[in-house]
Design a protein around this ligand. Sequence first.
Ligand SMILES: C[S@@+](CC[C@H](N)C(=O)[O-])C[C@H]1O[C@@H](n2cnc3c(N)ncnc32)[C@H](O)[C@@H]1O
Length: 232
Amino acid sequence: MKDLFGKALLDYYNGNYTEDIITSTNISDEDELPLPYLFRGFKDMPKLEQKALKLAKGKTLDVGCGAGSHSLYLQQKDIEVKAIDISEGAVKVAKQRGVLNIEHKSILDETETFDTILLLMNGTGIFQTLNQVSRYLLHLKSILNKNGQILIDSSDIKYMYLDEDGGFWHDMNANYYGELDYYISYKGEKETPMKWLYLDFNLLDTACKAVGLKCEMLAEGEHYDYLAKIFI
Ligand SMILES: C[S@@+](CC[C@H](N)C(=O)[O-])C[C@H]1O[C@@H](n2cnc3c(N)ncnc32)[C@H](O)[C@@H]1O
């Protein structure tokens, strides 16, 4: 990984903002991911993220914290929060922005336990592929305190495969339609392609049940997106 995501966050934070990250997937054309969005304050966050932050309580883990926007909000609200990210650049930026407890690591390497675990901005993306969901859920379960909660958002992207007449165009022999190849480029450099998973609520619910977890829909957004609570 070249960590172009982290490089872009560092550029923005250090006043070298000249262009945005370009993203594309195997089913969609190039799109811009505006860097200021990754530094959003509470007011500019989607309603689902605001709801998740309001529900966070106890010792909280912000998984894939990026520039640390969610962690900073929770810190201000006197919630004990730890942030982690696999992007070295993101960790540097979040630290410099004031996130106090932060580590450069993958969720799979986290061993402390928490009352709330947050996975936001398509939290299921971190699972990468459908066949890895149970591995990640089992790990999250193992670091969840009694009466704890996992708050996670995602979207059902079936709409991306619908034609004008409402027909669903997806090869039934192919992988799950929410499993995307994700490409990032920044300032002319291309990141190593990665997998990024959008998981519809029913599949998330089924996957949770299979590993002994409960799953509840907390809120639905305006565009097939949702916030779910997972608990034991
Ligand atoms: C879409 S960004 C979201 C950033 C931030 N949560 C936000 O809402 O602005 C996803 C983040 O997850 C991080 N990430 C991906 N896989 C991870 C893993 N296995 N463990 C921890 N962080 C991960 C990425 O480096 C990236 O910063």
